[in-house]
Design a binder for this molecule. Structure first.
Ligand code: SAM
Length: 244
């Protein structure tokens, strides 16, 4: 007889959370009045908890062998979330216990989408720290600035390894990124890439004197010293001066 026991796939980040009371407490302060998009349905525990309070949940799962029974207000879409076109959805929020290997590209994908209003994500602790990190900290970088320029970031809870099955080899944290009205544009991406690929260099070696003067920023500083507001000033000064 062929065994039908489900084999968890480590390479897909399949560290599940089965404790529904814990999941309910994790999401209790989240306003679920918009469409909820979940990445990585797994066995559907978080999906089910979300569906109790949300009008509609659309959940994405790459592993077609996962087929939990879920309420009628849940739609399952199988496939790679990174390949999916989310522009077809109106206002939505994302809530997910992420597969950690796609964290950064997925966050960037959602930061670019105007209709994505907020993200509530379980991520690796070090990534959470990078996202909320402030200028001059070691963990401060392009991801910190991108998220903080376009939203308010917060670590909501540190989550111990034993909450997952199997326990991952890393610590985790549940974070929020509540987006503001600043829209992503390619010039901001370019400024951050230029700056943080040379994070130990002085700004005067990265941006022109004219741009630094217009943005009122001291050329002796380094990228890691600048706040997200400073980066917006540089982007503004660069507008029309860079060819994309
Ligand atoms: N939400 C469930 C929970 O909390 O128990 C599962 C979370 S588990 C950390 C991540 C899930 O994401 C797994 O079910 C995995 O198969 C799925 N996954 C991995 N890569 C994916 C991708 N590229 N697109 C969509 N889902 C993916």
């Amino acid at each position: 007889m062929v065994s039908t026991v489900f084999q968890q796939k480590k390479y897909l980040g399949q560290n599940f959370i089965y404790d529904k009371d814990f999941l309910s407490s994790l999401i209790k302060d989240i306003k679920l009045d918009k469409l909820v998009i979940e990445i990585g349905m797994g066995k559907g525990t978080l999906t089910e908890v979300l569906s109790r309070r949300a009008k509609k949940v659309i959940t994405f799962e790459i592993d077609k062998t996962l087929k939990p029974a879920l309420p009628p207000n849940v739609e399952i879409i199988y496939g790679d979330a990174l390949e999916n076109d989310f522009t077809r959805f109106d206002d939505f929020i994302v809530v997910a216990n992420l597969p950690y290997y796609i964290t950064t590209p997925l966050i960037i994908k959602f930061m670019r989408l105007k209709h994505c209003r907020a993200l509530y994500l379980m991520v690796q602790k070090e990534v959470a720290e990078r996202i909320v990190s402030r200028p001059n900290a070691k963990s401060y970088g392009a991801l910190s600035v991108l998220c903080q320029t376009m939203g308010k970031t917060e670590i909501l809870r540190h989550v111990p390894r034993d909450k997952f099955s199997p326990p991952p080899k890393v610590d985790s944290a549940f974070i929020s990124i509540i987006k503001n009205e600043v829209e992503f544009d390619i010039s901001l991406g370019k400024v951050l890439k230029d700056a943080f690929s040379k994070r130990r260099k002085k700004l005067s070696n990265i941006f022109s004197k004219e741009v630094l003067e217009e943005s009122g920023i001291n050329g002796n500083l380094r990228p890691e010293n600048l706040s997200s507001t400073d980066f917006l000033k540089i982007r503004h000064a660069l507008c029309g001066k860079i060819s994309m």
